[in-house]
Each structure stands twice: as structure tokens, then as C-alpha cells.
Design a protein around this ligand. Structure first.
Ligand code: AQP
Length: 323
């Protein structure tokens, strides 16, 4: 299994619930590769110092959240030059038309008319990330499914043209209902690169700030805790947060808070998030300036390069890039 996050900002509660929590669960079930997708992060503008800080922070957050370096291969994408090399060979087997149909490209390029070629060819790099390791499973949200599908198409095409080279990967689609929304605008996804201060909970926010953000989350005038995403999107979002972190079902939450006002329910949600993040933050603070992180990344660089290099050499040979 292979998965990674982009160091485009401090991890949010949405990233934690939608991605990191699953990684921690999957490490018991699959042989896992978890990387920091920093080369994907530069497909949109990002300040150099901010990026470097985000990278170190993300490694510490992975470990603090319970990702075990003994059970997972953890590495930084840019520490492994074979990703870009493999990506180029895949790009030359990818059609302009299929890249043009990627919805993420359409969305992100619409936000900035001066988009880069890297934003356009991003799916070929993602295919390289996946295919270099003979990955069987790629856990993704529904928004990323298209990128795993194009990786499959590229793998099948390459295998047909040059002979068996790649394992054809499968997306592991996460169950619906885990998409966490902005607390101030519950129609918008909570995103790490968002500029919304009050609407986005960051994993490193101090617990009082977390409680305040949840207390001032936008709700509705119904005044009753129901799970009704259409008419009560703010409350539905808080229910999703509560259920994701406690394992209690939506029905049970609605029953438990049937007589409670929104203030009481928000306090309960705030307590759950604060308790979870307080523990993660304590571990994060021990790690962030330790050389443990560098050791993990050095080891990951070595191992990931060995695997990706073998795939790269195989591809070169099959394509005819040899003397
Ligand atoms: N709000 C969310 N609810 C549930 N899951 C979420 N994810 C992101 N936001 C939510 C999941 O977290 C992972 C992040 O993947 P990524 O780093 O490649 O970037 P992304 O999907 O584009 O996430 P962001 O936070 O919105 O980043 P930016 O702001 O850089 O675009 C994915 O598994 C995603 O499903």
C-alpha cells in the first residue's frame, strides 16, 4: 500500500480524519509505504522557507500520530530522484487528452490562470510514485480516484507495449461521510492551504484555540442535533467529526444529544478533538527538533532509492534507453 500527503500547509483535522487515521490503521494490515509528496507541492506557488518547514513538520506529525517507522517505509519524494526520472518515461506514454480530463487540474488551473506545466503533468508523477514500488493498493478520497485510474491506464498501456513491468494498482476508496468541511463555510472542504483562520482546525493549534473554533462553528436555526447534511450542514459536519474520532455511530450521537443545545454539543466535540490533539502535540514537541526524524528520512531515502532504481533500470532497458 502506498500513500502520501503534500506539505502544502499544516495538517488539518480533515487530513487527520480523512487520511492519517487510516494510514495508522492500514499499517497493521498492509506492507505500507508512506511518503511526503513535496514535489507535488511545488505544482502550485509556495514559499521556499514555508515548504521546508512544512516538510519537517509533516514527518514529525506522521510519527506523532502513530505511524510507526518500523512498520512503514517513510521517505521524502524529492530525496529520491528516480520518481522524476520514471515520471518522464511515463509522461511519454501518457496522452495530452487524458491529462486534460483530470478534474483536479481543471479546478486548480481555474483558480490561477498562470498555472504551470507541472500542474498539468502531476498525474504522471503520481503514477510514478505508485508504479515504482509495485503498489497494489492506493488509499484515496473519491476526489483522487481519477488519478489512480490514470495510473492504472498508464501501467496497462506500458505493460502492453514493453512487456510486464508494473503491477496494476487498485484504489482503496474510503467510505463516504468522512469529508470534513470548513467550520465557517460547511459547503467548502477543510483544506490545509486554505486561508480561513476560524474555519480550519490545524493539528498543532493549541487546545483552547481548537475549542474556540468549534464553539464558533456556523450552525443553523433548527436548534436540534440532527444528521441532515442538506439543511443542517454545520451540525452534520460536527457529527462527522465526533463520530470519526470516537467510533460512536451517527444515530447514537443524535440520540445522546437529543435534548442538548448546540453549545453543549459543541463543547463535547471540542473536548474530543482537544483530547486527541493534545496527545499528538506532546509527542510532536519531543520529535520536531530531534535527530530521530533525520534518521528515519535517511533510512527511507536509502531503501526507497534501491526499490525505485531497480524499476527505473528495468524501464530504461525495455524502452531502449541503453547503449
Ligand atoms: N476536509 C477533508 N476531509 C477528509 N479528508 C480530507 N483530505 C483532505 N482534506 C480533507 C484527505 O487528506 C489527504 C490530503 O492529500 P493531499 O495532501 O494530497 O492534498 P489534498 O487532498 O488537496 O488536501 P488539502 O488539505 O485540501 O490540501 P491542499 O489545500 O494543498 O489542496 C487526501 O487523502 C485527502 O482525501
Amino acid at each position: 500500500m502506498l500513500t502520501g500527503l503534500q506539505p502544502t500547509g499544516t495538517i488539518t483535522l480533515g487530513n487527520y480524519i480523512g487520511a492519517i487515521k487510516q494510514m495508522v490503521e492500514y499499517q497493521e494490515k498492509y506492507k505500507s509505504i508512506i511518503f511526503i509528496a513535496d514535489m507535488h507541492a511545488i505544482t502550485v506557488p509556495i514559499d521556499s522557507e514555508t515548504l521546508a518547514n512544512n516538510i519537517r513538520q509533516l514527518v514529525a506529525i506522521y510519527i506523532a500520530c502513530g505511524i510507526d517507522p518500523e512498520k512503514n517505509l517513510i521517505f521524502l519524494q524529492s530525496d529520491n530522484e528516480f520518481h522524476a526520472n520514471i515520471s518522464w518515461m511515463l509522461e511519454c506514454n501518457t496522452y495530452f487528452g487524458e491529462l486534460s480530463r483530470m478534474t483536479q487540474f481543471k479546478d486548480k488551473s481555474a483558480k490561477n490562470q498562470n498555472f504551470t506545466a507541472g500542474l498539468f503533468t502531476y498525474p504522471a508523477l503520481m503514477a510514478a510514485d505508485i508504479l515504482a514500488y509495485d503498489t497494489h493498493y492506493v488509499p484515496v478520497g473519491i476526489d483522487q480516484k481519477q488519478h489512480v485510474e490514470i495510473a492504472r491506464d498508464i501501467a496497462i498501456r506500458f505493460n502492453k507495449k514493453y512487456g510486464d513491468t508494473f503491477v496494476v494498482p487498485e484504489p482503496l476508496i474510503r467510505e463516504a461521510g468522512t469529508k470534513i468541511m470548513d467550520l465557517q463555510d460547511p459547503t467548502k472542504k477543510m483544506s490545509k492551504s486554505s486561508e480561513s483562520q476560524k474555519g480550519v482546525i490545524r493539528i498543532l493549534d493549541d487546545v483552547n484555540t481548537i475549542r474556540k473554533k468549534i464553539n464558533s462553528a456556523v450552525t443553523d436555526s433548527v436548534g436540534k442535533v440532527n444528521y441532515d447534511p442538506e439543511n443542517q450542514p454545520g451540525i452534520a459536519n460536527l457529527i462527522n467529526i465526533y463520530t470519526s474520532l470516537t467510533g460512536v455511530s451517527k444515530e447514537e450521537v443524535v440520540e445522546q444529544f437529543a435534548d442538548a443545545n448546540y453549545g453543549t454539543f459543541k463543547k463535547a466535540v471540542g473536548d474530543v478533538v482537544a483530547e486527541k490533539f493534545e496527545k499528538i502535540q506532546a509527542r510532536y514537541n519531543e520529535l520536531i527538533n530531534s535527530d530521530e526524524l533525520d534518521k528515519i528520512l535517511d533510512e527511507g531515502m536509502k531503501k526507497s532509492r534501491e526499490i525505485a532504481k531497480a524499476k527505473y533500470e528495468m524501464m530504461k532497458n525495455k524502452i531502449g534507453l541503453r547503449r
